[in-house]
Structures are given as C-alpha cells and as structure tokens.
Design a protein around this ligand. Structure first.
Ligand SMILES: [Zn+2]
Length: 89
C-alpha cells in the first residue's frame, strides 16, 4: 500500500515537473515521509530521481546535471549544488 502511494507520488512529480517544479518537490517529500512512516524503502529507480540532500525532484538537464565517470555516475543537484554518486552498472 505505502509502496504504491510512493510510486504514484513519483509519477505525479514527473507529470507536473514541467509546469510546477515546486509541486514535484512536494510530492517527493511526501513520498519520503510515507516511506519513513511505514518503514518502506524508496525503490532505487525513484531514489535516483531525488536529491538526498534537499529532496528536490531531479530531472537530468533541468534540475540536475549528470556526468558519467569510469565507474560511477555523478549527479549534481542544481537546487542545492551538492553531488551524489552512484556506482555505474
Ligand atoms: Zn539538492
């Protein structure tokens, strides 16, 4: 149940981002809160779409800059300018 709500919120965040990016950020924060309350982890594909520092919704090229390195991907959040690193599959 909680997982479905989280998925829905991320879908809404994606749909609304082009018109209301601030709304997308709210959806992400809601999803995170639901996850914490119900002890449900945010699925990995969604985790990478949110900034782990300021919890903004990340869209490569718009609210985030993505750089490929040899063994990892660097994502820079353009809201707080902090970086996240993910291993490259
Ligand atoms: Zn950020």
């Amino acid at each position: 149940m909680a997982k479905q709500r989280i998925e829905r919120l991320f879908m809404l965040a994606e749909q609304t981002f082009s018109e209301h990016p601030e709304r997308s950020n709210r959806y992400v924060q809601l999803a995170r809160r639901i996850g914490m309350r119900h002890n449900v982890r945010i699925p990995r594909e969604f985790k990478r779409r949110m900034c782990k520092h300021c919890y903004s919704y990340l869209v490569p090229g718009t609210s985030a800059r993505v750089r490929l390195r040899k063994r990892y991907v660097t994502v820079t959040c353009l809201t707080c300018n902090k970086q996240m690193r993910y291993p490259y599959p």
